[in-house]
Design a protein around this ligand. Structure first.
Ligand code: NAD
Length: 289
């Protein structure tokens, strides 16, 4: 299949390479020359604008920083430039309202489109093991699925347009909350004289058990290998967690949803990020307790 790929950064670079490996012909565009050079090394053909990359394609995939950029790229360079009927897939993490707005604009011009944000970081993007949560019609989903399968291990239909973004931010809001709760519990256990490994042995088989504890323990040397064992380097950066929490707070506001724990988590990550810790893994939040 002839596929345009727009946004070849940390995530998009590896995803485009996996489309090439799956036998697709990838027409790539990014504003960065370095990203374009890396894409050429990975077998993509590169272009000097998104509109040019969209010429004659059957699908467009994007992996861009935010909703404003997604909206501007689609409205000026994709809609009306890609052949009518092209399936459009935006894999960026953006706000629900903009995702719905862009999908609706695409539909008015005769395109089917899905929002398909991912779970999994740069390593999963390179390895082709991302999880995609997809919003869009049944027809758009069935056309997008085989393309996404070349870049991921799981492709899940979350419902109508925007529901992929909704699933992503609700999941990450919950992740932030249980990571903070896990950190608090370990620190309180320590103050009460309880050894961290002993608390882990008890709580990991009791009702406090959760993913932040047993798959991604914020205490170094406890549980399976995680960023805490590497001085909180790598993993999922605090700045990216904060981006998702801000999107979650915006969506909660728009939907009039009560999110007292999410709001507290967002404010705790806001302070931690503001203190210069944006590049540390999000489990480093334990340093604040
Ligand atoms: P990144 O900054 O590394 O890559 C974004 C790329 O988009 C850059 O190469 C940039 O030059 C390019 N770009 C910006 N504006 C453009 C435009 N108008 N036209 C063409 N290219 C343009 O970011 P990333 O880490 O790859 O993240 C991309 C998206 O994936 C974000 O929405 C992010 O929230 C999401 N995400 C990232 C991770 C992660 O671990 N990095 C995990 C899950 C989801």
């Amino acid at each position: 299949m002839k596929i345009a790929f727009i946004g070849l950064g940390n995530m998009g670079g590896g995803m485009a390479a996996n489309l090439v490996k799956a036998g697709h012909s990838v027409r790539a565009f990014d504003l960065s020359e370095d990203a374009l050079a890396a894409a050429r090394d990975n077998g993509c053909e590169t272009f000097t604008s998104a509109a040019e990359a969209c010429d004659g394609v059957e699908a467009v995939v994007s992996m861009l920083p935010n909703g404003q950029i997604v909206k501007s790229v689609y409205t000026s360079d994709v809609i009306g430039k890609a052949p009518e009927g092209t399936i459009l897939l935006d894999c960026s993490t953006i706000d629900v309202a903009t995702a719905r707005e862009v999908i609706s604009a695409a539909k008015s011009s005769g395109y089917e489109m899905v929002d398909a944000p991912v779970s999994g970081g740069i390593a999963a993007a390179n390895a082709g093991t991302l999880t995609f949560m997809v919003g869009g019609t049944d027809s758009a989903f069935s056309r997008a699925k085989p393309i996404l399968e070349a870049m991921g291990k799981a492709v899940i239909h979350a419902g109508d347009a925007g529901n992929g973004q909704a699933a992503k931010i609700c999941n990450n809001m919950l992740l932030a909350i249980h990571m903070i709760g896990t950190c608090e519990a370990f620190k309180m256990a320590e103050k009460l004289g309880l050894d961290a490994q002993t608390f882990y042995d008890i709580s990991s088989v009791s009702s406090g058990q959760n993913w932040s504890m047993t798959s991604y323990c914020p205490v170094p040397g406890v549980g399976p290998q995680s960023p805490s064992d590497n001085d909180y380097q790598g993993g999922f950066a605090t700045a990216l967690m904060l981006k998702d929490l801000r999107l979650a707070m915006e969506a909660a506001d728009n939907a009039d949803a009560a999110v007292p724990m999410g709001a507290r988590a967002a404010s705790i990550y806001e302070d931690f990020n503001g203190a210069g810790n944006g590049q540390l893994d999000f489990s480093a939040i334990i340093k604040t307790f």
